[in-house]
Design a binder for this molecule. Structure first.
Ligand code: FES
Length: 119
């Protein structure tokens, strides 16, 4: 779900002088987001409210701590699941998908540097 955001992007002076934007996509929607932001901050500023759903109840979740502690911000980035979006800086052309429910074992194998089982 994408809605008007309560989050606002700080001026460049407050962001270490970083200026400019990059193009990313979230669940197939093209977005222009501030260069230098984390994926979580960029998506929140773009109005994204649901980053993942829980494996048990399917409840919507979104970033909470923004510092790598709570794991509420998990998304799939460029085909790799279970990425903490608050710890990953946005990059041009990044493809991000919300993470729905539990991940497959192959997702963990890929994250560990192995190859996916294509059966
Ligand atoms: S928002 Fe808590 S780990 Fe990312």
């Amino acid at each position: 779900m994408v809605t008007d955001s309560l989050f606002k992007v700080l001026p460049a002076e407050a962001n270490g002088g970083t200026t400019g934007t990059v193009s990313i996509s979230f669940d197939g929607k093209a977005l222009r987001v501030p260069l230098g932001a984390s994926v979580a901050a960029a998506l929140l500023a773009a109005g994204v409210e649901r980053f993942r759903t829980t494996p048990v109840s399917g409840a919507a979740r979104a970033p909470y701590c923004m510092m790598g502690v709570c794991f509420e911000c998990l998304v799939e980035i460029d085909g790799v699941a279970n990425r903490q979006s608050c710890l990953v800086p946005v990059a041009e052309g990044m493809t991000i998908r919300s993470q729905l429910g539990m991940r497959e074992l192959n997702d963990f194998i890929t994250l560990a540097g192995g190859t996916r089982d294509e059966r």
